[in-house]
Ligand binder design. Structure first.
Ligand code: M6R
Length: 618
C-alpha cells in the first residue's frame, strides 16, 4: 500500500519520480506528492487525487533538482487531503519524509514531541515520524567525526523508538544529494543504475532505468549519495549488499493494446499459465516437480497434514487447492485467512507442512502468518509471484508463479496460476501416495492442456460482453457453485464487487435454502457454476428453486452438458475438462463478466475505490 520513489542522480528527479509513481499508482491513489532538494532548499508539492493531478501541477512548477522523493498514498491515518498527502516536512523545515506503513505508537510520540515545541500540520503518523528524526538530529552532537553520519544516525535512533511498520525515504536540507531509506515489513528496493540510484517500494517503479536491484531487508538502513550507497542495520552493523537482477522489462508492465491492465491480464492467461508450468513436469510424464521447495520426497511422503494461509483471491486459490489435495492425495488440509491465523493460536500437528500464497509476497497479514508459523517451528513454503518479495525471502522454500507483473488491482492471472500450482502440488503429493502412474499421466496431460482450454474459454468474450450489458444495472448478485467450484463462486463475487461495486455474495449452491434464498427475486440474478459431473442434477435442482422465485440465472456450464430448457436465462459454455483443471477454466467467464460489467458501469477498473493492489498494512 502506498508507493514510494526516491531518486539520486544526474537527471531531473521529478520526471523520474512521476514516471515511477504512475507505475506504482496501483498501490494507492488517494493523493500524491513530491519533494526535491536543491542545495539546502526543499521544494514540496502535494495534491489530493491521482498522480495525474500532481503531474499537471508539477508541469507548472518546473522542478529542476536531481534529488527527490515522491509518494502515492492509500490513506491509513487521516483523510484524503493535500495536507495529509506525503511527503511530510518536519516543523523545523529540515527533513522531508515519505512513508508506507503504520506507526503504531505515533500518538505517544506526538505527545512527547508536542511537549517539546514540535508542531503538526496533518493528522498522519508519518509527520510524527519525520519530526522525531528532526528531534534526534537536533540532539545529535555536531562533532567533526560525526558530522558525515549525523543524518543517518538520527534516522537510526528514530527507528529504534518506533513500533509498527515502515518503508521510508528521507531528505535532509543539510545533506544535499542524499537520501536515507529504511524498511520494516514494508517493501523497499534499491535500483542501482548508471550514475544514479532509485529507491522504490516495488520494482515496477525502477525497471525502466535499471534491472540491477538490492532487496533491502527488515531493519536495514540504506544511505544514498551521488557517488555511492551503503547499507547498515539498526544496530549499526555494516551490510554487504547483494545486487540481484530483475528478469522482466518495462514492457511486461505496460498495457499494450488493451483498455485496462485487468483486460490485458485476463487475455494473457494462456501464456502466463504456460510459464507457470514450464519445467515443472517429471521426465516420466506422470507427476510434477518443483525446484525450490527444499524438502525431500521422503519428507513430503511423511506429511500428515497441510495448512494454507492467504488473503482475498489467494485464499480462494487455497480453498481449491484444499479440495484437490484431499480429493487426489487423501491428506487433510486446513485453510485459514492469514489475518485470522496470526491471532488465533491454532493448534498445528507436528507433521504439518505450512503454505502461504500471495501474488505480491508483501501482504502484511500473510507475511505475519508465515512468521508466526516459523516461530512455532514449522517449515513454511510460499506460492508467490513477485520474485524477491518479503514472503519469498522469508519462506523456507517455495514455488514462483512466473506470470510476470500483475498490475490490475483485481487479481486474474495470478489467481489462475495459483490454481494451477495448487493442482500440481496435489498431483505431486498424490503420486507419492495412491495415485497410479496412468492416472498421473492423465492428470499431467490435463494440466498441459490448460493454456489451450483457457484460450477456448476466452473466445466467449464477445458473448459475455453482451450478457454483461444486460446485467450491469443490478444492485445485487449471487454466485453459486459446489465442490471445487464453490471457491470460484466466492471469487466471482469478490471480483464483481471490488471493481463494479455491485453487492455480490458467493455460496455453495445447496446452502441457498438455508437463508440466502430469501434474497432471490427478479431483482437479484444468480451466476451458477453447473458443470457436467456427479452432482450436475443437484445443481440443476438448485437452479430450479431460484427460477421458481423469479431469479434471473446465468449458467456457466461445460460443453455437452444438457441444462433443462428455460432453467437459465443466459448460458456460457466452457470446455469440458479434467476436474483438476476445471476451476482454472471456470475462472475465465467470471473474470470476463465482472470486467465487462464494471466497464459498462463506467467504473475505474484498474483502480477501484478504496482498494490497493498489495495490502501492506494490517
Ligand atoms: O498479493 P496477495 O496475493 O497476497 O493479495 C491478497 C489479496 O489482497 C488480493 O488477492 C485481493 O483480494 C485482490 N484485490 C483480489 O482481486
Amino acid at each position: 500500500m502506498c508507493g514510494i520513489v526516491g531518486y539520486v542522480g544526474k537527471q531531473n528527479a521529478v520526471t523520474i519520480i512521476l514516471e515511477g509513481l504512475k507505475r506504482l499508482e496501483y498501490r494507492g491513489y488517494d493523493s500524491a506528492g513530491v519533494c526535491v532538494q536543491k542545495g539546502r532548499k526543499l521544494d514540496l508539492l502535494k495534491k489530493a487525487g491521482r498522480v495525474e493531478n500532481l503531474a499537471k501541477a508539477a508541469a507548472q512548477h518546473r522542478f529542476t533538482a536531481t534529488t527527490g522523493i515522491g509518494h502515492t498514498r492509500w490513506a491509513t491515518h487521516g483523510g484524503v487531503t493535500d495536507a495529509n498527502a506525503h511527503p511530510h516536512v518536519s516543523s523545523d523545515g529540515k527533513f522531508a519524509l515519505i512513508h508506507n506503513g503504520v506507526i503504531e505508537n505515533y500518538a505517544q510520540i506526538k505527545a512527547f514531541l508536542a511537549g517539546r515545541g514540535y508542531t503538526f500540520k496533518s493528522e498522519t503518523d508519518t509527520e510524527v515520524l519525520c519530526n522525531l528524526i528532526a528531534y534526534h538530529y537536533a540532539k545529535e552532537p555536531v562533532r567533526a567525526k560525526s558530522r558525515q553520519t549525523r543524518f543517518v544516525e538520527s534516522v537510526r535512533k528514530t527507528l529504534r523508538h518506533v513500533e509498527g511498520t515502515y518503508g521510508i525515504a528521507v531528505l535532509c536540507v543539510d545533506f544535499p544529494g542524499q537520501i536515507v531509506g529504511s524498511r520494516k515489513a514494508s517493501p523497499l528496493i534499491l535500483g542501482v543504475g548508471e550514475h544514479e540510484y532509485i529507491l522504490a517500494s516495488d520494482a515496477s517503479a525502477l525497471v525502466s532505468r535499471t534491472q540491477n536491484v538490492v532487496y533491502l531487508k527488515d531493519g536495514e538502513i540504506v544511505h544514498l549519495t551521488p557517488e555511492s550507497f551503503s547499507i547498515s542495520t539498526l544496530d549499526q552493523a555494516d551490510v554487504s549488499p547483494v545486487v540481484d537482477k530483475i528478469h522482466w522489462s518495462v514492457t511486461a508492465a505496460d498495457m499494450g493494446k488493451y483498455a485496462h491492465f485487468m483486460e490485458k491480464e485476463i487475455f494473457e492467461q494462456p501464456a502466463a499459465l504456460e510459464n507457470a508450468m514450464r519445467g515443472r513436469f517429471a521426465a516420466d510424464g506422470s507427476t510434477a516437480q518443483f525446484g525450490g521447495l527444499n524438502i525431500t520426497p521422503g519428507e513430503f511422503r511423511d506429511l500428515e497434514r497441510f495448512m494454507f494461509c492467504a488473503c482475498g483471491t489467494a485464499w480462494h486459490a487455497c480453498l481449491v487447492t484444499e479440495h484437490l489435495i484431499e480429493r487426489f492425495a487423501r491428506i487433510p488440509v486446513e485453510v485459514d485467512y492469514a489475518s485470522e491465523f496470526r491471532y488465533r493460536n491454532s493448534p498445528l500437528d507436528p507433521r504439518t507442512l505450512f503454505f502461504v500464497m500471495s501474488q505480491s509476497g508483501e501482504t502484511i497479514d500473510t507475511l505475519a502468518a508465515l512468521r508466526e508459523a516459523k516461530r512455532k517451528g514449522y517449515r513454511v513454503m510460499a506460492v508467490n509471484n513477485v520474485v524477491g518479495s518479503s514472503i519469498a525471502r522469508e519462506a523456507d522454500g517455495g514455488i514462483y508463479q512466473h506470470v510476470g507483473p500483475e498490475v490490475g488491482v483485481a487479481s486474474t492471472k495470478a489467481f489462475t496460476s495459483q490454481l494451477l500450482i495448487g493442482a500440481m502440488i496435489a498431483l505431486y503429493v498424490a503420486r507419492m501416495r495412491d495415485m497410479s502412474f496412468s492416472d498421473g499421466v492423465t492428470y499431467v496431460n490435463a494440466l498441459k492442456g490448460v493454456p489451450e482450454l483457457v484460450r477456448q474459454a476466452l473466445q466467449q468474450a464477445p458473448k459475455i460482453k453482451a450478457i454483461a450489458r444486460r446485467y450491469a444495472q443490478y444492485h445485487d448478485m449471487l454466485f453459486l457453485g459446489r465442490l471445487s467450484l464453490f471457491p470460484l463462486a466466492l471469487e466471482g463475487a469478490l471480483k464483481l464487487k471490488e471493481i463494479s461495486y455491485i453487492h455480490a455474495e458467493g455460496y455453495p449452491a445447496a446452502e441457498m435454502k438455508h437463508g440466502p434464498i430469501a434474497l432471490v427475486s427478479e431483482k437479484c440474478p444468480s451466476v451458477f457454476f453447473a458443470p457436467q459431473g456427479e452432482i450436475f442434477n443437484k445443481i440443476v435442482s438448485s437452479m430450479q428453486e431460484i427460477k421458481a422465485r423469479k431469479g434471473p440465472i446465468i449458467a456457466i456450464t461445460t460443453e455437452g452438458a444438457e441444462l433443462p430448457k428455460g432453467v437459465a436465462d443466459d448460458v456460457i459454455h466452457i470446455p469440458a475438462c479434467h476436474e483438476a483443471v476445471l476451476p482454472i477454466v471456470a475462472a475465465i467467464p467470471v473474470q470476463l463478466l465482472s470486467y465487462y460489467i464494471a466497464v459498462e458501469r463506467g467504473c475505474d477498473v484498474d483502480k477501484p475505490r478504496n482498494l490497493a493492489k498489495s495490502v501492506t498494512v494490517e
